[in-house]
Write a protein that binds this ligand. Sequence first.
Ligand SMILES: Cc1cc2nc3c(=O)[nH]c(=O)nc-3n(C[C@H](O)[C@H](O)[C@H](O)COP(=O)(O)OP(=O)(O)OC[C@H]3O[C@@H](n4cnc5c(N)ncnc54)[C@H](O)[C@@H]3O)c2cc1C
Length: 465
Amino acid sequence: MWFRRDLRLHDNAALHSALSQSDNVFCVFIFDINILDNLKSKEDQRIEFIWEALKEMKTSLNSIKSDIIVMHANPMEAIPAILNKYNCEALFFNKDYESYAAKRDGDVMGCVSKLGVESYQFKDTVLFEEKEILSQSDKPYTVFSPYKNNHLNRLYQDGIIQHDCESNKKKFAVVEAEEIPSLESLGFKKTNLDRLKIPTGSSGGKYLLLDFEKRIDHYKQRRDYPGKKGVSYLSVHNRFGTISIREQALIAMNKQSEGSLVWLNELVWRDFYFQILSNFPYINDGASFKPQFDQIPFENNLQFFEAWKSGQTGFPIIDAAMHQLNQTGFMHNRLRMIVASFLVKDLLVDWRWGEAYFSEKLIDFDFSANNGGWQWAASTGCDAQPWFRIFNPLLQSEKFDPEGLFIKKYLPQLKPLDSKQIHRPHFFYEKDPDTFKVNLGKDYPFPIVDHAIQRKKALLMYQAT
Ligand SMILES: Cc1cc2nc3c(=O)[nH]c(=O)nc-3n(C[C@H](O)[C@H](O)[C@H](O)COP(=O)(O)OP(=O)(O)OC[C@H]3O[C@@H](n4cnc5c(N)ncnc54)[C@H](O)[C@@H]3O)c2cc1C
């Protein structure tokens, strides 16, 4: 059983099948050198998150005299070698829909079949995949609402079947594996996961889910306010499969409250973007979902891009959000929408630059959701925001962080400001610089652009496409 983005021993489709069909199941995880070598920062929270999840799996398996074999290698070489070493007759794994992974898995399957080993792959990451949900004309959906309706109908009709792995526990092979390679030996360093108290492993996912279940009924009212604890914070667990998508959907479906159903919708968005990736693979190569938007004449001002990345734009909601991302690897969904819109439609920078920055920084980075989110904000995607709709960052700030609680957390130098001043300090500073409580230009920058002017430029820019 080859684990990848499904780092759990419960409700795991491929593991369930491996345990049901085999006498001796060997668990394997490969830190794929082709992925690790391409990570820019050697302090990468995601590597540490995976490492912690593997440690927990190893402890669980050790308690039943089994183990997980963890290697730092090229899977094309390592998988056949392990199959040989343990005389395995079959290889089980769950599907990964990202382009590199899908190609790699195809290659590995080809290679192991030459050894006479069968391989079996399973749907596990999503509720419905690829072409399972099609329109009446048998085409993949490109608009969310009809997709969602069809998806939910099927979900209630078919019901959710969880994959029991507990009752076949004795099928895990008795084996003693080497220690998990240290972060240092993988070429990485410890990050701030401990300090941020991000709960890791499937125990961490379970803890967050239980915590969220107590709040799920208020999800609809609270989800848009980054200063409130309204969302589940489960995205990193969804990314690495330390939680099962089925257990989450079941909770939401059984609860049937307004909040739980809105949350279920978000899980459907997740499936939606996965099916977009599977059915329209050209988005992998940086193409706009809508080809007519491939040639937007972005200004791509490097100074603006640097100011955005480092949270120095002079727009408190943008800067606080970027500090949250840079410091914690997470950003609240409402803020992802605001900063993405700001980069593209206020700073006139190519959405692909922002997409790439998020892919380096987000602990929950998932190509499909990230690409979907960026193309939505840039109006180039399926079911995207129309291009003439442009968020006003100041109004968004007043609406979704009315007291400035979130802003003050990440920009403590603005704490002396009241709930009116905090969203647009320059405006109040200019009225009376001498008594203003923050030294603008020194402790916090003036805005690098004027929203009204940039908005007009953005409209012209889009009209030119
Ligand atoms: C520009 C942009 C980039 C994004 N990049 C990513 C990314 O790389 N990885 C990622 O997981 N999400 C991404 N999202 C979607 C969303 O912001 C996060 O999933 C969410 O903020 C995670 O917080 P949560 O777990 O508390 O979510 P909740 O609100 O509790 O939602 C529950 C789960 O549903 C899924 N989900 C929620 N919203 C979306 C969405 N819009 N699209 C797809 N899945 C969703 C996530 O798995 C999430 O854990 C992006 C959104 C935007 C606008």
